[in-house]
Every structure is written in C-alpha cells, then in structure tokens.
Design a protein around this ligand. Sequence first.
Ligand code: GDP
Ligand code: MG
Length: 437
Amino acid sequence: NLSEKLDKALHVLKGHGQITEINVAETLKEVRRALLDADVNFKIAKSFTNRVKEKALGENVLTTLQPGQLMVKIVKDELTELMGGDAAGVNLSGNPSVILMSGLQGSGKTTFSGKLANYLKNKKTKKPLLVACDVYRPAAINQLHVVGEQIGVEVYSEEGNQDPVAIAKNAVAHAKKNGCNVVIVDTAGRLAVDEQMMTEIANIHKAISPEETLFVVDSMTGQDAVNTAKAFNDVLNFDGVILTKLDGDTRGGAAISIKSVVDKPIKFIGTGEKMEAIDVFYPSRMADRILGMGDVVSLVERAQEQFDEEEARKLQKKIAKNQFGFDDFLNQIQQVKKMGNIKDLMGMIPGASKALKGMDVDDDAFKGIEAIIYSMTPDERSNPTVLNASRKKRIAKGSGTSIQEVNQLLKQFNQMSKMMKMMQGGGGRKMMQMMNR
Ligand code: GDP
Ligand code: MG
C-alpha cells in the first residue's frame, strides 16, 4: 500500500547517514511512483514531488544535521497541505441544520448517515432526525430504520410516497415540530453517475437548501472516486467530502487527489462498518498515516470517547481491592470491541501495520474467550480461584473449547490481574523487573 511504499522510499533518508543530491532525486522518484501506484493523479503527483524538491533545496537539506528527518518533514507538510491543511467541521448553525447526503450506491451514505447521527447525538446538545429518501428499494428504508434503532435516533420515512423531494420537505417540517435540531437526509444513489440521479439530488437540494451537502465516496474506488466527486460537485457544489472504507487495505490515493480536484475539504472518514467507526478528518494525521507513522492521536481520542470514565473508576477500585474478576475482563473485551475492528485499531499504532501483514486479527479473536467466560457461573467469574479440574472440564465442554484453552485463559487472566495490581500500587519498578524476566 501507499504508506509502505512511501516508507520504503523515505527509508534511505530517515537515518542520519550521508545524503547526496542523487539520493534525494532517487527518493523523490520513488515517492512519485508510490503516489501513482496509489491512484494519485499523475499531474498532482508530479507537482507534489516538484514542490518537495524545491523546498528541500530551499532549506538546504543536504547541509543540515539530520537531512533525512527534514526531508520526511517536508514530505509530510506537503501531503498535509495537499489534503487541506486544517480540519474542517460541519456547519450546524441552522435550526434545524439540514445535512444532505449524496453519492453513488454502495458508497456508504446510509451507514455514514447513521454514524453522523450517532456522533452528533453523543455531543448531547444535538437531537438528530434521520430521513429515508431512498424510495426505490424498500430494503433501503428498512436499512435506515435498523440503523436508527441501533443508535436510538428517530427515522422519518413515508410508506408509499415515491417522491423524495416531498419526503425531504415533510421531514424538515416534522423536525421543526418535534424539536429535532439536525436533519440528516439519506438519498438514493445509482451504481454510476447518470442524469436521473443528478436531477433528483439537485431537486432535493433546491427544495430544502441544506446547510451542509456532503458527498460520500468509497475510498477503495481510487481514481474513479475523483471523477465521481467532480461530477457531483458540478451539479451540487457540495460543502465537503466523506471518505468511507478507509479501513483494511485501502489505498490513500483518493484522499490526496480529491481535495486538489474539487477544492472541497474532506470532513470525516469512515473506518469500518460499525456505528462508532467515524473519525474527523485531520489532514496532518492522515499524512502521518500515509507515511506509516501511525495515527496515534486518533487512536487515543477514539479510546477516550469509548471508555466510560465512570466504569474506569469502578474498575480501578476493584483492582485495588483485589476484586477484579472475569466479569470485568469480559467488560474490558466488550469496551475494546466497541471501539471498532481490532485490525483498524492496531493499524493506527506505528509499526504495527507491518507486523500485522498476513496476520488474521479480528473480532473473532475474542470469541473463544467470551465463550469460556459465558460458561462460568457468576461465582466462578468473580472468584476464579475456585476453578478446579472438574469445573474446568465442565467449562471447556460448555464453551466448545478444550481444557488447554481454559487453562491458557486462566493463565492470561492471572498475569493480567497481577500486572494491574502492580500498576495500581505504583510498583512501576517491580513491573519492569517482571517484564524483563
Ligand atoms: P449506500 O448505498 O451509499 O447507502 O451505502 P451503505 O451505507 O449501504 O454501505 C454499503 C456497504 O458498505 C455496506 O455493506 C456497509 O456496511 C459498508 N460500509 C459503509 N461504510 C464503511 C466503512 O467505512 N468501512 C467498511 N469496511 N465498510 C463500510
Ligand atoms: Mg443507502
């Protein structure tokens, strides 16, 4: 993928070693190739490397103490600039603020509508309303209702009404009457740009004059994403871009090209199928991610959002009193799972994306563990010391695992409890000793 290639291209320069002009030129050629491979538009890639070269020469890269690091910094800054500089928020000034989703079928509009509603709802001051304007497939309306139920947000739809413009207008009136201050309008898309779809979305746009018109695009579609963005922007003059499916093995090319082609900011990214897999788009963090340095800040933010502070405090007390049990362990696992796909999360840790390559890490990793814990009695969960051989045998049978797996889990659990106890008691030194052993 792009980050690995850029990583490799910059590798020579990253150390403190001697750098020659030939070296720089070679590296930039590699950078350009990496960008092209990631579906970045040819012209953009070329002007990008030209700017980097100019800057590098301007700052006398070759004579500084750590030329490699300076080069990496220049590349990162340029990438950041290319993707939009600062993060752009959504305009929520209206009452209600109307947000219109546009994009092709399958780009992730319905999923993102739910994610955004959930994201805003969690901000406490917002009461969103989801609107189903994809009237062509009954399944589409149903899909939005399922999403709404999942996140506890009202969904407005009209059975039998085939006119999305009327539905959108009625929905805004409904929101006003019911105190909803954000209206998120999900629309129908087609598999490719066509006139009927464009006319329809333009009509909805005209009828409800949204504060925000967002263009949702699948980042896996590469250069096509850029062409689609252009077509929609010509008709809607949208306010921002949502890049979905930026999880897994996605190439980052679209993020780099879109901003320069339509000159509209990328506002959010989707990083998974779950409702929590939404992140504000920060160009500089994306540049870090592309460069393979990992998106640690996003990771920490997501963790902070998901971990209930109250829960954390309760847990701390339990650990201090030596009452940490399997129920708490299960709870921890569920907290981690709530944060999204394990692979996505680990991919944000610097260096981890390399280590993960070819490895099969997913939520299933926890399935065995959960099954074992569910097969324990409440008493066994809170007091694992009672687990003797016959109980272990029963648990293995009940959970469809083996005694070895049960033992393995117990061992991990004991180690974890011990470690947490040490961390609590300020026994950092003791822990270091243990880890060294
Ligand atoms: P729509 O036709 O534009 O409404 O697209 P949907 O919201 O129905 O999404 C199409 C498919 O893409 C569904 O299977 C979603 O679960 C999936 N999807 C949407 N966003 C993401 C994302 O950020 N990451 C991943 N991996 N899948 C996504
Ligand atoms: Mg849809």
